[in-house]
Design a protein around this ligand. Structure first.
Ligand code: NIG
Ligand code: FE
Length: 417
């Protein structure tokens, strides 16, 4: 596609002249234009305006035109936390949990993350690529245009490198913007259960040098949690990542508050993710720290695991920045549907639709280091857009949960749906 004009757009959503993350109260402002047109040239947004000035603004109309009467046009979703590369499924554990087993019990008997680790290590790189490619196509159809994907189901040098090379190939072949995160510290593998120092040494001395050498990751992450990585162990690993140029992210305060928040702030983590279980002191600490990273909230994981939902309103009242992401993975969120995530954020965390939209677009893009290229409607930004079916209003999207309102998806200037 060269030039494409969209006309009669009921509402062009998240039009921002400046590119910056949104904090606290700012998140409730969602600048939009009613009765609008939008022009894309090549893979970029080139201009937009009101329909009543179209003739004056664009004297030469391109041949490619689409009438968007009754429809909203939005930036495509920016899903900044996923584990989309995995093998197999875990519906047996799902049923075990319905029958009463806890997350901790399932982990202790080698289920949970280690169950998927076995399956990933038994799957070839080609097969892993093919099943991950299908998932990427699935989420793109649901409106996701940019996505972060983590390793963390290999937990050996060979297994982690295999996962990261699969992510690299997805980056090369897909038109979606993809960021890669090294999560070797997702769990201790069985053979290192009693020898934490041994596994950390393997991460630092054997995995990181190759990852940096082959440029296999943009970020480093750890699962900081009781029974997984302590704040001190997390700090050692994240500092090693920093030495190799990888900015830290963290899985933290999902089930317990263990002191990891302080680690994230000390290391200036780009995002701290989950945050379902927050001590009052954690919030006060975050608020007073001056930290400018993202609280990445994963409501579909809280929903699926029956955890309390993160206190989103408290984060906003404390002036913090929220991003929303799917956490797509076989154990805690076997869905990468960002539309569901946005509905859950509004229904269960009481985000306003405007706040949820900003968290899933503008702030999601910044939480992946892509905020200057994606996440809002501005000339020069990448044309990653969704066009809804005809709908009465913006709030209708999260309100009518469970239905798909995304009718068309444009990634880097091309229709993929
Ligand atoms: O983000 N909490 C740690 N990691 C994933 C779950 C991974 C799994 O259960 O396979 C999460 O929820
Ligand atoms: Fe996760």
């Amino acid at each position: 596609m060269s030039n494409q004009l969209f006309t009669n757009i009921k509402q062009l959503v998240n039009t921002r002249p400046d590119s910056r993350p949104l904090f606290g109260k700012e998140m409730s402002e969602l600048p939009s234009l009613d009765d609008a047109w939008l022009l894309i040239e090549g893979n970029e947004i080139s201009a937009f305006g009101k329909m009543n000035s179209l003739k004056k603004d664009l004297p030469n109309l391109p041949n490619n035109q689409m009438d968007c009467s009754g429809r909203l046009v939005l930036p495509a979703w920016c899903d900044s936390h996923t584990h989309l590369v995995f093998a197999g499924s875990r519906e047996k554990e799902f049923v075990d949990k319905i029958r009463g087993d806890s997350y901790a019990e399932i982990n202790a008997r080698g289920g949970g993350i280690l169950n998927t680790v076995q399956k990933v290590n038994a799957t070839s790189a080609d097969e892993l690529f093919n099943i991950s490619w299908k998932r990427l196509e699935e989420v793109a159809k649901l409106g996701t245009g940019a996505i972060e994907i983590k390793s963390g189901y290999g937990l050996t040098v060979e297994g982690e490198l295999k996962m990261l090379r699969v992510i690299k190939k997805l980056k090369e072949k897909s038109s979606l913007q993809i960021k890669s995160t090294f999560l070797g510290a997702h769990s201790y593998p069985m053979i290192y259960r009693e020898n934490h120092a041994g596994y950390i040494k393997e991460i630092v001395d054997e995995m990181l040098p190759v990852i940096a050498g082959e440029k296999l990751a943009d970020f480093i992450d750890v699962f900081c949690e009781d029974g997984f990585f302590s704040p001190e162990e997390s700090e050692t690993i994240l500092r090693a990542g920093l030495r190799f140029g990888l900015q830290p992210k963290m899985h933290v305060n999902q089930i317990h508050s263990t002191g990891g928040i302080e680690t994230g702030i000390k290391l200036n983590a780009l995002s701290m993710d989950h945050l379902e279980t927050m001590a009052d002191s954690d919030i006060v600490y975050m608020k007073n720290s001056g930290w400018k990273g993202f609280c990445t909230l994963l409501p579909s994981a809280a929903f699926f695991l029956r955890l309390p939902f993160p206190p989103a309103r408290l984060f906003l009242n404390s002036g913090l920045a929220i991003a929303l992401a799917s956490d797509y993975n076989p154990g805690s969120s076997p869905s990468g549907n960002m539309n569901t995530v946005i509905s859950l954020a509004c229904i269960q965390m009481k985000l306003l639709p405007e706040e949820a939209l900003n968290a899933a677009t503008n702030n999601g893009a910044f939480a992946m280091g892509l905020g200057n290229y994606l996440g809002s409607i501005a000339p020069g930004k990448m044309a990653n857009l969704t066009i809804t079916s005809p709908v009465p209003s913006l709030a209708y999207l999260p309100y009518r949960f469970g239905s798909n309102h995304i009718d068309k998806v444009i990634i880097a200037g091309r229709f993929i749906v």
